[in-house]
Design a protein around this ligand. Structure first.
Ligand code: SF4
Length: 242
């Protein structure tokens, strides 16, 4: 029997969630509560629609022509909280030679996500911070599991793209950016680092859901700040994009 997953939504033509044109399956459920999350409606584990991996795969097949030079990306929410569903969907895609990626905060121990990682083409890791003590100011996990996940990808030579939000007062400080770049440059599995300037496009969702939004007064980074961040990563020989 095909494994059921909790689905938030499916986006059919994304160009920002991995290489090429991609179909993105957003899974429902996340406990991290990142302060800048633009999808807080994906947190609630009781919401979303239940679909089997086979049902989602049927949908993917409808778009096969469009994604032939791209692939599919499973995003969230936190996909690693539904490992069996992900694994079945990845296996179905693998048989059809469809390129697969998962975008995750890697909040679970590697023992939980190992099989999933083994069976995908690209891991897109949302790295909140590389600093031990800073993570909990941004979300509800520390950096242990994301770091272990990166180490595992290095060991099995799994391609990784890292995404890192530039947030004033948190990650957007020269000293912190230097530490992050210093840390990431050690991993040859990391093929690129995407720096994502903080934006407030999801703020209205926090209001709708009546969740207090702590970043009301925080401004998006200026062009100058973004360029400085890029330079810092370049100086560490990290392949960086914005
Ligand atoms: S991990 Fe992603 S979905 Fe979960 S709270 Fe953070 S930004 Fe939102």
């Amino acid at each position: 029997m095909s494994r059921k997953g909790k689905i938030h939504s499916i986006e059919t033509f994304s160009t920002v969630d991995g290489p090429g044109i991609r179909l993105v399956v957003f899974l429902q459920g996340c406990f991290l509560e990142c302060i800048y999350c633009h999808n807080p409606d994906s947190w609630n584990f009781k919401a979303g629609k239940e679909k089997t991996a086979l049902e989602v795969f049927e949908k993917i097949k409808e778009y096969e022509t469009y994604i032939k030079n791209g692939g599919i990306t499973i995003s969230g929410g936190e996909p690693f909280l539904q490992p069996e569903f992900c694994l079945e969907l990845l296996s179905l895609c693998k048989k059809e030679k469809i390129h697969t990626a998962i975008e995750t905060a890697a909040s679970t121990p590697v023992e939980v996500s190992k099989e999933v990682i083994n069976n995908l083409n690209l891991l897109i890791l949302d790295l909140k911070t590389a600093e031990k003590n800073a993570a909990k100011k941004i979300c509800k996990i520390d950096i242990k599991n994301p770091v272990e996940t990166l180490k595992y990808c290095e060991k099995i030579k799994k391609d990784v793209w890292v995404r890192h939000v530039l947030l004033s007062g948190f990650t957007l400080k020269k000293e912190k950016l230097n530490k992050t770049a210093e840390f990431l440059k050690e991993f040859s599995c990391i093929k690129r680092v995407e720096l994502l300037p903080f934006h407030k496009m999801g703020e209205f969702k926090w209001q709708e859901l009546k969740i207090p939004y702590s970043l009301k007064e925080v401004k998006p980074p200026t062009d100058e700040e973004i360029n400085t961040a890029i330079e810092i990563f370049k100086n560490h020989k990290v392949n960086v994009v914005v």
